[in-house]
Design a protein around this ligand. Sequence first.
Ligand code: SF4
Ligand code: SF4
Length: 187
Amino acid sequence: MSSTTTTREYFQNVWDSLATTFAGMRITGKYLMQKPITVQYPDERLPIPDRYRGIHYLEQEKCINCLACARACPIDCIEMDAIRHGKELEWVLFTLDYQKCMFCELCVYPCPKDCIHMGTEFAFVSFDRSEFNHDLLSYKGMSREARIRKREADIKKAEKEAAKAAAAAEKAAQEAADPETPEEPAS
Ligand code: SF4
Ligand code: SF4
């Protein structure tokens, strides 16, 4: 190889290095002045569409424990338990097992009270499998309002029963005072 060729190659290499560096820096410079598009998850999040099927949430006050959602679930993810006190519910459990759930939303449509929904939250991170069995209840037992309604209903019921007992006692006293009163024919 001649020394002339070596010198030319040397300068060609220098030129190539500079040209490729400038080509790369031209692209860097183009984006340098633009607004960053990288989202710093989890501190930042992209907007999520309203119809996104994320983690469920329950409007517990509206729920009537009818089991329609649990029956509609094709893989039996939902379990619930509540004790009935007349019209009021004392909640024990309402769980959804995300180890099985396939986010199909079939549990949402049959709800007669429109109280189980799929939200926009999606983050699931845990080292413990049991944590994927989510409890959707926001409170256990009875709500404050339900307790008040139950107490009022109990008072009304007790008053009704007391009035009934008083009427029966009055009638018995009348019959005792006037033994001639003919007995009412049995209907
Ligand atoms: S989204 Fe589908 S799989 Fe998950 S609980 Fe609802 S019905 Fe079941
Ligand atoms: S279908 Fe709706 S009202 Fe019935 S138990 Fe499920 S969430 Fe509650």
